[in-house]
Design a protein around this ligand. Structure first.
Ligand SMILES: Nc1ncnc2c1ncn2[C@@H]1O[C@H](COP(=O)(O)OP(=O)(O)OP(=O)(O)O)[C@@H](O)[C@H]1O
Ligand SMILES: [Mg+2]
Length: 366
């Protein structure tokens, strides 16, 4: 049980490259926080600083309010699971787990009991006397997780633990880790570049880009109220549609104009966006708020679109369409649709439009 605090934690590698610009984060006792972002954004570096495998250039790292910046990894009571399983090849599964307990002052009987309990939890009892090379990739990763759990550490750290598994196993193992983490109530930080993994596993998510924290929030808050265009387009699959256009004052009130589309902006929002009227702005809309004819009452038509690609996924169909310089993806209920190259009548639920500053990418008008 532990609370983990990062205060302005920063990493500058030799040569002066800033990998992580001051991260501020508080992970509550028993919470699972996911760090997500594109390759090279500083996720592993942040995790490795928490583990003590990488020095902290500036800032403070605290466990239960006690600064641990200079504590060696073995003294932090943290267990880490990596992408590569890193099991000792010449040791059986049982001995791999036993080895994780070597520095504990535990009786042999207690060690054996702890190993059996953990193995039962992970459903790997029949594998205990095998060597790692006699296991499948998925089984090896369960053992690696088991070796972390058996120690009953204060904090779990996971660095892309599922990326070597096939798609189906990845989903199953992701649920298993979630379930175990909840059951054991161990404070955890989980790194992934996969936004679906982040959304499904995280109590809260830290979105990072280029060494900087973009937003820290619950999955749904990130999805509904992204703070900037990076978060808006990174979280969500298929990604949010981005329309570049202008805000203009028309007879009917303020409108957003992009290509042939003219979408009304309600008065309240128009007031908040007053400083953008008469200039460029970026609008975002999720694929589920783009419709085909007949349009719902709340949606407004956007003309001139032609079907590009149709992707039937069974439970939904993704329709990608183009119009002079604009692209839109609609997530639709399965239905007969025009073919690629044919015109399609698209409409957008204007109440669900989000706006972003064209220059800074910051969300505006919310
Ligand atoms: N030992 C190192 N020395 C110098 N630069 C490094 C070192 N390790 C990582 N970096 C750089 O720091 C930045 C962040 O790397 P990091 O490994 O934390 O990214 P990541 O978000 O985990 O990416 P990935 O998703 O590819 O694993 C990158 O630009 C990387 O090149
Ligand atoms: Mg990494």
């Amino acid at each position: 049980m532990a609370r983990l605090t990062l205060e302005g934690v920063r990493k500058v590698y030799e040569g002066g490259a800033v990998a992580v610009h001051g991260v501020d984060l508080e992970v509550a006792d028993g919470e699972l926080v996911v760090l997500v972002g594109p390759s090279g954004c500083g996720k592993s570096t942040t995790l490795r600083m928490i583990a003590g495998l990488e020095s902290i250039t500036a800032g403070r790292l605290l466990i239960d309010g006690v600064q641990v910046n200079d504590l060696p990894p073995a003294k932090r009571d943290i267990a880490m699971v990596f992408q590569t399983y890193a099991l000792y090849p010449h040791m059986t599964v049982r001995d791999n787990m036993r080895f994780a307990l070597r520095i504990r002052n535990m009786s042999a009987a207690d060690v054996d009991r702890r190993i059996t309990d953990t193995a039962q939890m992970l459903d790997i009892v029949p594998l205990l006397d095998r060597l790692p090379r006699q296991l499948s990739g998925g089984q090896r990763q369960r053992v690696a997780i088991g070796r972390a759990i058996v120690r009953q550490p204060k904090v779990f750290l996971f660095d892309e633990p599922l990326s070597n598994l096939d798609a189906k196993l990845r989903v199953a193992t992701r649920r298993e880790i979630s379930r175990l983490q909840r059951r054991l109530g161990v404070t955890s930080v989980y790194v992934t570049h996969d936004q679906t993994e982040a959304m499904t596993m995280g109590d809260r998510i830290v979105v990072m880009n280029a060494g900087k924290v973009q937003q820290i929030d619950t999955p749904i808050a990130l999805y509904e109220r992204p703070r900037n265009l990076f978060v808006a387009t990174f979280i969500g699959s298929p990604p949010m549609n981005v329309l570049r256009g202008t805000l203009e004052r028309a007879a009917s009130g303020v409108v957003f104009r992009a290509g042939k589309a003219t979408l009304p902006v309600d008065d309240d929002r128009a007031r908040k966006l007053a400083m953008y009227v008469g200039g460029p702005i970026v609008a975002g809309v999720r694929p589920e708020h783009v419709h085909v004819a007949p349009r719902p009452a709340t949606a407004r038509e956007v003309g001139g679109f032609v079907v590009d690609v149709v992707e039937p996924l069974g439970s939904e169909t993704l329709l990608h369409a183009r119009a002079e310089g604009q692209e839109l993806t609609a997530s639709l209920a399965p239905q007969p649709l025009p073919r690629p190259g044919e015109p399609v009548e698209l409409s957008i639920d204007v109440g669900h439009l989000l706006f972003f500053d064209q220059a800074t990418g910051e969300a505006v008008g919310a």
